[in-house]
Design a protein around this ligand. Structure first.
Ligand code: FES
Ligand code: MG
Length: 570
């Protein structure tokens, strides 16, 4: 039963007086009693001049409002913080939990019967869903949508897989100043999120699979009229949820929904960041997420979607090929289609309406996959007792089984200072090791895991090397890169014990990453480290809260006090 303005009355004497006061104030903006007596749908506003990915948010907000009003409810827009990948120092990951807290508390604090959250740049959908899951008010997610592709000299460009590729070409001397400047204006040709299968697209696909958004919401390009109509339809759906009281996030975020999300993440060649975010979302429910289940799913689920960085196409092509509903149709019995969605039905309804596009080769059938196995594997071993992640779909086949000599960098700063040094003792067969880049170490677990190929090797034509770290990597990057090594080095993980010259073995088939050094020697090194100063605890503010309470990657890097522990009652 919708309570509208009566919800969460502040205690100013009796409830009647509190409501009287609330109405008196809100009427200052010109609302009528007719408007104020209706169910209320809150709408988050994450527009910011610092967030070009959300550049279409104002238009989407207007459309959601229209949908809410067409359905007879009352829309109320409120701001929350906004995070863009390139404008969030020290890292956007550092701020994700702040946005989750902001979103959660503003939904809790203000009277609304349902909420529409509009977001899309990498950390925003995870933050919004984490917050919404904790409040458990009926929620509809509206992703802002992917950018359309860019073009340069007859070539199709996508942010930001091609940002990296072309910058590497520039570094290697293959592209001059003038051309790289021209490319700079063509990589992100519209508002919306990166249009490869990076973190933003991964999270949008996961959101749709979890049933939190309407069918096709992950893939409609940001500038398309269809996305505006989707926003209007989302407003209508939210108004219905406001009246009916559900489904709520707790009705949708079930073990079967999380399993479906992991299947889709493997089948789309999703971003490794998606694992951290999905773990964080699951950590806000009584269910949790198990890395070994993700690996086990990956052994059965093929990569079916042919998108950059592991494949050839971009999000708009995925959209025109039928989007997530078509993918779910191709996955068949690998997904549980009885999972409910905010549209009132189940995933089966989305699949029933999936468009059949003759001749499309972006979403493959299971009989003709891009890769027979899923995109991500979970590694363990003496270097990663708590797990590590490798996106095998974006790796170099011959490096997946590799033993090499470690070349260790102590930090991002150390790496930046030495990686291009012509005197650096490094060969293409070495394993580049970066540490102190985990959740607490850096802090905020930067996307530093994509260590650049040393310039002198790049000039020789070396395109990939085995690289390992406790950092994350942009979902738009590619290479044979082991990430999220847990526990991180800054809290004493074995990564802290590696020395340049040690041998490291990556055994992807056996799901292991090992330091080939005797256990006694490692014990000696560990004893030598004891007493060494740990990371400095920031003196105040959010940075202090972050350092004191952030969890490791295998727990989604949420704050310990925000997580609901598996098995806890809802
Ligand atoms: Fe926003 Fe890539 S920078 S999605
Ligand atoms: Mg990214």
């Amino acid at each position: 039963m919708a309570r509208g303005l009566r919800k969460g009355l502040t205690s100013y004497g009796d409830d009647g007086f509190a409501l009287f006061l609330r109405k008196a104030f809100i009427k200052a903006m010109g609302y009528s009693d007719d408007a104020l007596e209706r169910p209320i749908v809150g709408i988050t506003n994450t527009f910011s001049d610092f967030n070009p990915c959300h550049g279409n948010a104002p238009q989407l907000i207007e459309a959601v409002k229209r949908g809410v009003m067409l359905a007879g409810a009352m829309p109320m827009v409120f701001p929350t913080i906004s995070i863009h990948e390139s404008f969030a120092h020290p890292t956007s990951m550092f701020l994700r939990n702040l946005m989750a807290m902001d979103t959660e508390e503003m939904i809790r604090a203000q009277p609304m019967d349902a909420v529409v959250v509009i977001g899309g740049c990498d950390k925003t959908l995870p933050a919004q869903i984490m917050g919404a899951a904790s409040v458990d008010l009926p929620t509809v997610v509206v992703p802002v949508g992917p950018m359309v592709v860019g073009h340069h000299r007859g070539e199709v460009l996508g942010a930001c897989t091609d940002c990296r590729r072309l910058w590497s070409a520039h570094r290697a001397g293959e592209m001059d100043e003038e051309e790289i400047a021209a490319v700079n204006g063509r990589l992100a040709p519209s508002v919306g999120t990166c249009m490869v299968m990076g973190t933003a697209s991964t999270m949008a696909c996961i959101t749709e699979t979890l049933g939190l958004s309407l069918p096709m919401s992950a893939s409609i390009p940001a500038p398309h009229a269809e996305r505006v109509r989707l926003a209007e339809a989302s407003g209508k759906a939210a108004a219905r949820l406001a009246v009916e009281g559900g489904p709520k996030p707790s009705d949708l975020l079930t073990p079967r929904a999380f399993r479906n999300a992991m299947v889709v993440m493997q089948a789309i060649g999703g971003s490794t960041n998606g694992i951290v975010h999905l773990t964080a979302i699951a950590g806000r429910t009584p269910h949790g997420l198990d890395l070994d289940t993700l690996d086990e799913i990956g052994r059965k689920v093929p990569v079916l979607v042919d998108l950059k960085p592991s494949g050839a196409h971009y999000m708009e092509h995925f959209h025109h090929a039928g989007g997530v509903p078509k993918l779910l149709a191709q996955l068949g019995d690998l997904v549980d289609l009885d999972a409910p969605t905010v549209s009132g039905g189940t995933l089966r309804d989305s699949v029933a309406n999936a468009e059949d596009v003759p001749g499309q080769d972006v979403i493959r059938p299971r009989t003709d996959p891009i890769k027979a196995q899923g995109s991500m594997v979970v590694l363990r071993g003496n270097l990663a007792p708590g797990g590590a992640v490798l996106k095998q779909a974006a790796a170099t086949e011959r490096l997946l089984q590799h033993t090499g000599r470690a070349v260790v960098f102590e930090s991002v700063t150390d790496m930046a200072a030495r990686i291009d040094d012509p005197d650096l003792d490094v060969t293409a067969d070495d394993v580049l090791v970066l540490r102190n880049t985990g959740p607490k170490g850096a802090p905020g677990m930067p996307e530093a895991g994509y260590l650049p190929i040393p310039k002198k090797l790049g000039r020789q034509g070396v395109k990939d090397m085995v690289r390992i770290s406790d950092a994350r990597m942009s979902g738009t990057a590619f290479g044979t890169i082991v990430l999220h090594i847990t526990p991180e080095s800054a809290v004493g993980g074995p990564l802290a014990l590696v020395r340049t010259g040690d041998r490291i073995r990556l055994d992807t088939a056996g799901r292991r990453i090992d330091l080939l050094v005797e256990a006694e020697e490692l014990e000696r090194r560990r004893a030598g480290l004891a007493g060494a100063p740990g990371p400095v605890l920031p003196e105040r503010g959010y940075a202090r809260l972050f350092s004191q309470t952030v969890l490791q990657a295998d727990e989604g890097c949420d704050f310990d006090f925000l997580r609901r522990h598996p098995g806890e009652d809802a």
